[in-house]
Design a protein around this ligand. Structure first.
Ligand SMILES: [Zn+2]
Length: 566
């Protein structure tokens, strides 16, 4: 992808801009200097480019739009999928004295009216909203009344059907942004494969995005896979891992049932634990999340409903009880550990049967040619009475899930069977579609199922691989780290798997079995030394991990190979 629209600044203007940015960093954001990736992204946005930034979590993505929001003319609109995330950002910005507002379903009538009035009078530099809200014609009309300097699409991978966290609400966003007069777009994501990068650009209708990939490598994350052979062993190993790990951590389960069972096991073991999944009442979910975030509970057991927008930088471990659906999901979930840059452990428990659980999830209902035809007919009827919006169609259709309806409408639009005007109303295309046209559109989506299956295979390869875990991740994301050979910290780097030698032996030779050397053992109370951390006292040892108290009051867990008697 290439650069376009670049505002060519001469050296003087560029230097002046840098000075302005530096001043803002010091006076408003309390930051010394930008990291390289941040500077690149901010420069690209200020140059007027549509930009896609792929930056690992914890690398300061928000500054990448907060600085341009201050420097660009007009309001910056930040589209974010989660209301809790918005609230969090808003509070941080307000505390810094940045004028920002949120518009979403959490506001009461007066609050919403005040926020909208603030937009009309251009009081706000930054306005947060959900993708659903951005596609709402009334809200769009308010935004159209003012100059929009930049639209930021957070968690941009959600727009791609090839991504691991596809959200149909994102599909309507491109039309909404275009309706705002095509302001520049900054799309942000923590992970994206080449397929997803291309698809984000395509779905946003910005074919020439400047792609800035700061890389996904985070050497402080120590990856490891432990094989288990049954469910009891799974819970037992997870419990031992939790007990041997210092600090706070998250245990991810693939199902609500597994999450509940795990929580039970940890609770019975006397652990400080709480629970989060989609089937808990909202109030309980929130209370449990708060307990984990505030440090009142040490361990969170959760399904993948717990995640996006969770920022607990001192998370020291993330354990996956089961195989996630793909490496993107795994990287994103495990990457919630160690955002403070300190060492953290990411462990996957792998049980061969898990693949079947994930395959079961894969068999979702994809839209059929019949679904498409049915929806098309309903829209055509509605068009006889006027120009329906998405909401009107949703009401008329009734029992079809909204998410599926959105996918269908998008496919019908892609196939030019429907059109959408600037008020986001739907219009029927001129030509009468043939039956084959619906079949063709449904076939496009069937391709997604195939890709999902391949992605699952790659997740399995990671679990059974004997290579450096980071190498597998970097290869998957097509990420080249200069000079990288291996991380030297994952299980495979520390204990390279022994490859059995295949030799033809004569019977007269005795076969020599390699001696298995037991790792070092330490007992509680022993004085030990760890490079970089100095001397400490052993608290416990479980499997190959030793937990040690240090004189500065910290408690840390190390692989036994790192520990020597003092
Ligand atoms: Zn490694």
């Amino acid at each position: 992808m290439t650069t376009h629209n670049r505002t060519l600044l001469n050296n003087g203007a560029r230097a002046a801009r840098r000075n302005k940015i530096t001043k803002l960093l010091h006076t408003v954001f309390g930051v010394d200097r930008l990291r390289d990736g941040q500077r690149q992204v901010i420069d690209s946005v200020l140059d007027g480019n549509d930009t896609l930034a792929i930056m690992p979590t914890g690398s300061g993505k928000s500054l990448c739009y907060q600085i341009p929001a201050r420097l660009l003319e007009g309001t910056t609109v930040v589209v974010s999928p989660l209301i809790s995330l918005m609230k969090d950002q808003l509070e941080k910005l307000t505390a810094l004295g940045v004028r920002a507002a949120q518009v979403n379903s959490s506001l009461n009538r007066e609050e919403e009216e005040a926020a909208l009035e603030g937009i009309r009078s251009t009081t706000h530099e930054i306005v947060f909203c959900t993708p659903e809200r951005l596609s709402n014609p009334d809200f769009l009309a308010v935004l159209k009344g003012v100059k929009i300097g930049l639209v930021v699409v957070d968690e941009a991978h959600c727009i791609s059907q090839w991504g691991h966290d596809f959200r149909p609400a994102y599909l309507e966003m491109a039309a909404a942004i275009d309706a705002l007069g095509k302001p520049p777009v900054l799309a942000l994501t923590a992970t994206a494969t080449d397929d997803v990068v291309a698809d984000i650009a395509k779905q946003l209708g910005r074919s020439r995005m400047e792609v800035i990939n700061t890389g996904i490598y985070r050497p402080n994350l120590h990856y490891r896979v432990q094989q288990v052979t049954n469910n009891d062993e799974r819970y037992q190993q997870a419990r031992e891992l939790v007990q041997a790990s210092a600090g706070v951590g998250i245990v991810y389960a693939a199902t609500v049932k597994a999450a509940e069972e795990m929580q039970q096991v940890l609770q019975e073991a006397g652990e400080s634990v709480t629970l989060y999944h989609g089937k808990l009442p909202a109030a309980e979910r929130k209370a449990n999340q708060d307990m984990f975030m505030s440090g009142e509970r040490r361990v969170m057991v959760a399904t993948n409903a717990f995640g996006m927008g969770i920022d607990k930088p001192d998370t020291r471990f993330v354990i996956h009880l089961q195989l996630p659906a793909n490496l993107e999901a795994y990287y994103q979930e495990s990457g919630r550990a160690g955002r403070d840059g300190q060492d953290a452990a990411c462990t996957l428990l792998y049980f061969q049967d898990d693949k079947r659980v994930q395959q079961f999830f894969l068999v979702k209902h994809y839209p059929s040619a019949n679904d498409l035809k049915m929806i098309y007919e309903i829209v055509r009827k509605l068009c006889e009475e006027g120009k329906p919006t998405g909401d009107v169609i949703d009401q008329a259709i009734g029992d079809l899930p909204t998410a599926k309806l959105k996918v269908c409408l998008k496919l019908l639009k892609d196939g030019k069977l429907l059109r959408q005007n600037r008020k986001l109303e739907y219009l029927v295309g001129a030509a009468e579609p043939s039956a084959a046209a619906f079949e063709e559109l449904a076939a496009i989506y069937a391709g997604k199922q195939e890709r999902d299956r391949e992605a699952l295979e790659q997740m399995v390869s990671y679990a059974v691989s004997g290579f450096c875990r980071w190498k597998v991740l970097l290869d998957y994301f097509n990420d080249e780290v200069e000079g990288f050979e291996k991380c030297c910290r994952c299980d495979n780097c520390r204990n390279p798997p022994q490859v059995a030698e295949i030799e033809i032996r004569d019977d007269e030779f005795e076969r020599e079995e390699p001696a298995t050397e037991p790792g070092p053992q330490f007992t509680a109370g022993a004085r030990v030394r760890v490079p970089k951390f100095d001397e400490g006292t052993v608290v416990s040892m479980a499997a190959d991990q030793v937990t040690i108290d240090f004189p500065d009051g910290s408690r840390r867990t190390f692989l036994a190979d790192f520990v020597e008697p003092a």
